[in-house]
Design a binder for this molecule. Structure first.
Ligand SMILES: Nc1ncnc2c1ncn2[C@@H]1O[C@H](COP(=O)(O)OP(=O)(O)OP(=O)(O)O)[C@@H](O)[C@H]1O
Length: 217
């Protein structure tokens, strides 16, 4: 089966319609893009996939391998939606340590490796309140991947990154895909979507329309 199947989903907030019969399928080991204008419902769609909010109608089915037996929510998902909350007075490393303690699956060494992988300095004494926007974005990416999460839900992962960081995070996402991870992401930059995604859906008329891809020449 597909890793995530969305069937005929409806969602509105206080009379504002976001989805009306939206369907989509997400495949194992591929990078998927969701595009659409501001306010079209991309973050809401991601929150529905993660089980944070419920559709009014329709179903979102997650491959049972990726559902927690204990609580039924998706398990093993790495998520960036909105700006994650951090403890401002602690370093990036200390923040990740606290988050890692929840599941107690990884070591300090794993955190160090992940921070370096996203371009942060694990030994830096700088507190998160003094981080730049781009550094906060890299920290968000680090928490999403540090436990070797198999499904990555990334809302605007390139936000606030400089040119070199965009290049290295693009490569990171391709490396994660090569390791078999499934990624669903948004970006307002067409290049990110064009270069990275195997499958793209556009939110159009409250539905998810698969975008026809140009074949490489
Ligand atoms: N919990 C909520 N209650 C009421 N309205 C909401 C809620 N969450 C989102 N909305 C509304 O749903 C609409 C879609 O929001 P969403 O954040 O999903 O858009 P988006 O496509 O991610 O936009 P952007 O490209 O600007 O990030 C917005 O009008 C937003 O105000």
């Amino acid at each position: 089966m597909n890793i995530i199947e969305v069937k005929s989903v409806y969602k509105k907030f206080r009379g504002v319609t976001l989805f009306e019969g939206a369907s989509a399928e997400f495949n194992h080991g591929e990078i998927h893009g969701i595009i659409g204008p501001n306010g079209s419902g991309k973050s809401v769609f991601f929150k529905m996939i993660c089980g944070f909010i419920q559709p009014d109608q329709g179903t979102i089915t997650i491959d049972p391998t990726y559902r927690s037996k204990a609580h039924g929510f998706p398990d093993n998902f790495g998520i960036i939606i909105d700006r994650p909350g951090y403890i401002a007075g602690k370093t990036g490393f200390a923040n990740l340590q606290r988050l890692a303690a929840i599941q107690d699956k990884i070591t300090d060494e794993d955190i160090v490796k992940t921070m370096k992988r996203v371009g942060l300095q694990p030994e830096a004494k700088q507190k998160v309140k003094n981080y730049s926007l781009g550094m906060k974005q890299k920290l968000a990416l680090a928490q999403a991947i540090m436990e070797d999460q198999q499904v990555l839900i990334l809302d605007e992962p390139f936000n606030a990154l400089d040119k070199d960081s965009v290049t290295s995070v693009r490569q990171l996402l391709l490396d994660l895909k090569a390791q078999g991870k499934t990624i669903i992401m948004t970006s307002h930059q067409e290049n990110d979507i064009e270069l990275l995604c195997d499958k793209v859906y556009r939110i159009d008329q409250y539905k998810l329309e698969e975008v026809e891809r140009k074949m490489p020449t």
